[in-house]
Design a protein around this ligand. Sequence first.
Ligand SMILES: [Zn+2]
Length: 391
Amino acid sequence: MLIETFLRKQLGLKAHTVTKVEETEKFMVVDIDRLGSRLLRCGLCRQRCRKVHSLQKPRVWRDLSMRKLPLQLRYRPRRVECPRCGVRVEDLPWAEPWARVTTALSNAVARLARELSWQGTARQYGLNWKSVATIVKRAVQYGLKHRPRPPVHVIGIDEVSRRKGQVYLTVVYDLERRVLLWVGDDRTEEAVRPFFTKELGRRRCHTLRVICLDMWAAYANLVKEYAPQAQILFDRFHIVKHLHEAVEEVRRSEMRRLSQKEKVSFKRTRWLLLKNPWNLSDDQKERLSTLVRWNTPIVRAYYLKEAFQLFWDYQQPKRAGDHLEKWMRMLRGHLDGVLSWTRHRVSNGAVEGMNNKIKSISHRSFGFRTAQNFIAAIYHCCAKLPLPLER
Ligand SMILES: [Zn+2]
């Protein structure tokens, strides 16, 4: 088989053909031409058009590699007279309009970029970082436009930090499908409002049943405004996280006050205090029991944490409520949201798992310098977006 025929088949060309293949130092240059007088399609509506209006200048598209040499397609696109759309550039079966790489290559790059950093992906394909960034952002654009939008019932809204805790994004997950729905630049009410007004819209806001929030964040007002029928839930993952932070905070400030000798006894108590007691080894239990005999703020904080953990074991919302009321005045304003845990139990781990995935995206790229790039990467890896079809 001639290489031209082989490539024509591989590229799936119907109204076009490969006229010549030429090897240069960097590329296998594949010349493409129209095949006889086969009808070309309109680039906008894809309808077949009878009349060709004019020829454009030659353009090139980078394609996948054959062995070591990347293919480069070269063609002079036609402008066609579409009865519906007027004069338009023809539909090119190998690339999206305006793309400088073929759909086969951009999809291959996009798939790898879900696993590797953009830098690593660029290296694999001999592209530069910027080209990968462009490919991913276009893929995300396409995916957001074409993704299915089934009704959502249970969502989680959370903040993730970008660059050492100073800058925040807001992420919204569909906790039933375990898929990312939306990312907002910042964590203010104003920044998150578009999720309810634009992404969901009034009609889809009505199907929301449960919304998991971090009770420290400021999203509750938005929920009351746009989805008043939904139950707010302060989920276990966040409550435990804040408890651990509180214990750790007390421990650190105590450590600063202690003498050198006392410090030795407290060394490595962090895990001892944070671990669940039934997971401790005998040796660790021994050390813990020495520790709890000292009536210090660390130990009191530890008791508070343990006492709170009992809450998860209550089966009846009323008894769980009594327990909580004794436990902590701070929670009073949020009691309803915490108690709904006993009814729904939906979020344990789901939000945490998603957040860990986002952290790993941030780490492997050593932090994204711009919010747009980070947001694109999060959508790309977590939203299960569809890629353009390869024809
Ligand atoms: Zn058209």
